[in-house]
Design a protein around this ligand. Structure first.
Ligand code: AMP
Length: 386
């Protein structure tokens, strides 16, 4: 019997397949290689962040199902590093080898409408929404939900892409065109107090660990900073963790999942989005915790016990976007001049505005101090006056 099947653990020395080849796969591959696993990655791209540290980089379209079958046959288990892998790709891989988290998790979370319907059926709190399939339906939904509201594509949206904020009825036409005139979700615009997330890992037998509530700040729809622990009351943090557990139990996730929340002005929680994989807001765990979110992904997909999430100190993470390259190469020697700040660069060859190129993690005695250090290091990198 091949390891990985029927509950047999996948042990060091085995090969793990990753669908997708970005920075999440790269950090997963680093964690896996540290523990003696081989990593194969499949994506349409070459010289990728994951491929640069993997043992094998396969270049094929996700729709090339022969290539997917061959890829899956060469590994003991397949996981993914982004959820927009077509469902048929995961299903085809699953004919040959276990896929974790399983295809149904991918299917639910790669489509906003399915995700929101699942959350609402499970009785979990989320932003009020309506399905919209025409400009007329958009107008009707807006009159039910009220304005302002946000129109989002039902599928393949991330980092604020495929979204349009509607302030008045005059915006309907522009909004409908902005989402490509296809199935979309209209959501109430939440005047939130702050945004938080919970990154957690779950095994097949329901064991669960989490990294607590993480506080996130987005700029232009893209995550800019995360701090852990979040500056919220213990009650809010506890509720967020329990909601994350409820989501993972309801979805029967074997793997890592991130739940993003809005904290409302009265301290309530609304789920914004799920990601069935390590998440940008959990990157601090690479440096700040005994077991990173990437190692937890490895452990769960290999059916190994979960690792300790012990956090060494408060931490802050700031993203490094391609914008930092607008005045030439960032000042790397400054990036490593602060002893408590760790630099992560993803190996992407082209820096474009808004593209995630790397991140910095700072550890300090308080979250505020960590945040200050991380931001200071980023200003040094950008050669801004500090
Ligand atoms: P998303 O891609 O849906 O996670 O959206 C990216 C970011 O846009 C979120 O993290 C929020 O900062 C903002 N955003 C998205 N939806 C809403 C909403 N319904 N109300 C207020 N802000 C939102």
């Amino acid at each position: 019997m091949k390891s990985g099947h029927s509950g047999f653990p996948v042990l060091p020395g085995s090969a793990i397949g990753v669908l997708g080849s970005g920075q999440l796969g790269r950090m997963f591959a680093i964690a896996a290689r540290r523990m003696g696993y081989r990593v194969h990655t499949l994506s349409p791209d070459e010289d990728t962040p994951t491929g640069q540290v993997a043992d094998v980089e396969v270049n094929a379209a996700y729709e090339d199902l022969d290539a997917v079958r061959e890829f899956a046959r060469g590994v003991s288990v397949v996981t993914f590093e982004f959820e927009n892998v077509p469902a048929v790709t995961a299903a085809t891989a699953a004919e040959c080898t276990p896929v974790r988290p399983s295809g149904h998790v991918l299917h639910t979370t790669q489509h906003r409408l399915r995700e929101k319907t699942f959350l609402s059926n499970a009785g979990l709190p989320l932003t009020p929404f309506r399905r919209v399939a025409s400009c007329e339906e958009l107008a009707a939904a807006a009159s039910e939900l009220g304005l302002p509201a946000i129109l989002k594509t039902a599928d393949f949206g991330y980092d604020g892409k495929g979204q349009f904020r509607i302030k008045s009825g005059d915006d309907f036409g522009d909004a409908w065109r902005a989402v490509g005139e296809r199935e979309a979700v209209l959501e109430v615009f939440v005047d939130f107090e702050k945004e938080i997330s919970v990154v957690a890992a779950r095994t097949g037998s329901g064991e669960f660990v989490h990294y607590g509530a993480i506080e996130n700040e987005h700029v232009n729809g893209i995550l800019d900073t995360s701090i852990a622990p979040a500056r919220v009351s213990p009650k809010v943090a506890r509720e967020a963790v329990e909601l994350a557990r409820a989501v993972m139990d309801a979805l029967e996730v074997v793997g890592v999942l991130c739940v993003e929340f809005f904290v409302t002005k009265n301290g309530g929680l609304l789920i914004n989005e799920l990601a069935p994989r390590p998440h940008n807001s959990g990157h601090f765990s690479f440096d700040a915790n005994l077991t990173s979110q990437f190692e937890q992904q490895l452990r769960t997909v290999c059916l190994l016990p979960l690792g300790s999430v012990l956090q060494f100190s408060p931490a802050a993470m700031v993203n490094l976007l391609g914008d930092l390259w607008s005045n030439g190469e960032p000042d790397w020697k400054h990036a490593v001049s602060m002893a408590d700040v760790k630099l992560h660069i993803y190996g992407k060859t082209m820096a474009r505005p808004g593209r995630k190129m790397g991140h910095l993690t700072a550890l300090a005695e308080t979250t505020d101090a960590a945040l200050e250090d991380a931001r200071h290091a980023r200003r040094l990198l950008a050669r801004e006056d500090c």
